[in-house]
Design a protein. Sequence first.
Lengths: 342, 342
Amino acid sequence: MDGKLTLEKIGSLAGVSRATVSRVINNHPNIRKDVRQRVLQVIAETGYQPNQAARSLASKRTGLLGLVIPRLIQALFTDLYYPRLIQGISQACNESGHTLALFIFHTDEEEQQLAAQVLRQGFLDGLIIAGMHFSDPLNQLLLSEKPVLVIGEPLAYPQASFVDADNRLGAYTAVAHLISLGHQRIATITGRLDMAAGQQRRQGYLDALTEHGLPIDEQLIVAGDFEQEKAYQGTLDLLPHQPDAIFVASDSMALSTLRALADAGLQVPKDVAVVGYDDLMAEETAVPLINPPLTTIRQPIHRMGVQAVQTLLDIIKNPHTPPRRVILPTELIIRQSCGAVQ
Amino acid sequence: MDGKLTLEKIGSLAGVSRATVSRVINNHPNIRKDVRQRVLQVIAETGYQPNQAARSLASKRTGLLGLVIPRLIQALFTDLYYPRLIQGISQACNESGHTLALFIFHTDEEEQQLAAQVLRQGFLDGLIIAGMHFSDPLNQLLLSEKPVLVIGEPLAYPQASFVDADNRLGAYTAVAHLISLGHQRIATITGRLDMAAGQQRRQGYLDALTEHGLPIDEQLIVAGDFEQEKAYQGTLDLLPHQPDAIFVASDSMALSTLRALADAGLQVPKDVAVVGYDDLMAEETAVPLINPPLTTIRQPIHRMGVQAVQTLLDIIKNPHTPPRRVILPTELIIRQSCGAVQ
DNA sequence: ATGAAAGCGCTAACAT
DNA sequence: ATGTTAGCGCTTTCAT
């Protein structure tokens, strides 16, 4: 009974041609009210669902947006950045009637192999790439004809459209806050410097010191990589230079810093103040148990996801227009680790 | 130059018909070695990519597997269960040459509306549903013709295929462990009892007490819902009945229990031992900072994801066969909160 | 082992 | 405002 419904059949049931039914389904103008009603009626009664493949073949659109997440497995396991991003992206997809295809690459080979396949002809209407770094083989995707939007400014590709949070200003705010609390020897543990997030947060740190007339001391700058191990060691390495505060470029690293300081017998914030970045330790879970609760810069991750989809759809709709550069604001979240509050 | 490549064109370049090229691409047998070579050669040289929509239209397969996650936003924000599950599912999809379409529902309406659309004709080859509860509107998806696999046993639909971890045995193991440590008044905070995970873990708790000759004391059983708030209050409610240990049906709730006990001035594990469930506080992040580190039951979440895809593909390949019931083992992870180690 | 040809179900240009 | 018709690019019988 079911399963064999086609436009043609719906048309004959409604007493119109299949073209009219198609127009009704696709919300074309210039359809008589009563005809539209009748057609919708039949569609509802029969439970007809258009065949997606046929639509795609004829229209050259699939309604599929791809989200590509590179091989930094660690991050996906470790914190809630990607879950929140995906949440935002998914929500925006639902709202715009698109479907989200998720590509997570687990190995370099997979990344190489599948990257090409992601671009399969007529498979995706557009592509969102999250978390690239400079030498990422995913960069090749940026060169395709397909509409692409990157999350996190891709420094090596100034012509690419992207959505990002204001890393420089976020870091600046964090450090300025520490300065306002009276700290003078403010150290930093940076993120990966081959990613915009790492570079720009470092720049914000430097700018804050400079603009407030504090000297830049290279010994107070440790190169991290967003991973915990280096952050732990980096913190220990900083101690001989007696920082009175540390700005750590991610919360995940900041946890290691807290641990290292505790292991060294130092109290936070009494001996050393700490500010993180990301606000990924959700209130509801770990925060109340982390001691002391982490002052940090919150990124509007969910909104970045939503924005990414909206911007991508705009690119799809208006190709051959200048690249989009969307930069969202961040927010200073004050908790105990900076010493501003008890 | 590019972009207009079709089977026909590849065929003429290789000196064969388009049918032969199709066979080569789809690894059909009965193709002369040299012909296959020649065709593959041309494909590689031209960078030809088959048009997905056309393939789907003709073959009635899309290579798309859907993953549906119901509207329990909270969970996605809060812990790493879904990220790990998605990771496993994605990996298995990559390996089998399928693409993962992700559907996250954020509101009830979305769930109602989109659930039908997920079933759009010829859009998905199959469907994985994660984290349903009894009255979930998603249950309607189980009634469709489409191959469906559920993660987490759907108690109301005994004929559905599913993958789950052994909740009952996991809980049993946790409680038996507490008993072996000499605890006598073991309380529990259960999960949602309208989900198998909640019900079965509760059953495991009961079985462990019974089999070890301990009495069941209803006052030591608090109904939780996998959320933090009830767990906090539930823990406080338990205290007058002087439990010497608490088995909490999820790590997330167990954190609240730890907090409540601390707030009540009780020491863990000295005054009260605690065992959680899930092992979602990844070693690399919060664990070292949670005090005391949580003894817990680890679920093979990643493997459940992989298994889900494999089982679904098996169902797609062999329809009209009995439902699959895959139950994976769990593992007791001993840390400090149970008092077994220092 | 290969080719010819018939669709798959829809959209969109064209015609009226 | 609606119908007619020509593909879209592939898979899959059916021949040979």
